[in-house]
Ligand binder design. Sequence first.
Ligand code: HEC
Length: 167
Amino acid sequence: MKYPVSVFAIGLLAGLPFAASADNLAAAYSEDGRYFTDDDIPTYNITDDGTVDWLTFSGFRRYHAECHVCHGPDGEGSTYAPALKNSAVDMDYYDFVDAVTNGIKNVSASEQSVMPSFGENPNVMCYLDDIYVYLKAHGSGAIPRGRPPKKEAKSDVIREDEDACMG
Ligand code: HEC
């Protein structure tokens, strides 16, 4: 796992004190309908009655439009591509973003798997955090498979950001 190591290294280099827990999941604060961890990484928020935050709901839809053909329904993986529900929990957020933006070419001779780059695709790039947050919610066990039945309203800021991104 790269995440705790890199955070640790940065903390050491900067000489900063940091919390012992490198919790990549728990929402520490929210801003305009988006939720973040202590480290300002996007994350999900599920209330006791199963209402999901907007990004989790939106990410479910976007994932199934753009990624599930290779990575399988609900991020469960396929014979061709890895289970992203686990990747979203285990991978460093910035590595996840990099994989989607720039793609991955597996150069090993025995394998022919290619993760395409989506950097030029607004239907993915404008919803990358949504997809990541949704996968993390499912991968951590916070939501089951399938379409989340109840969702928070989309905030004005999320709507404005989306309009600006989609152009
Ligand atoms: C054309 C098939 C295909 C599509 C569509 C696709 N992927 Fe992939 N993806 C792959 C393959 C194959 C790999 C494994 C690459 C490797 O490591 O060799 C991969 C790897 C990844 C990884 C790295 C996972 C890990 O644990 O190392 C991430 C993250 C990822 N994909 C995200 C996405 C997202 C998000 C989408 C939708 C926007 C998407 N992929 C759509 C084929 C695809």
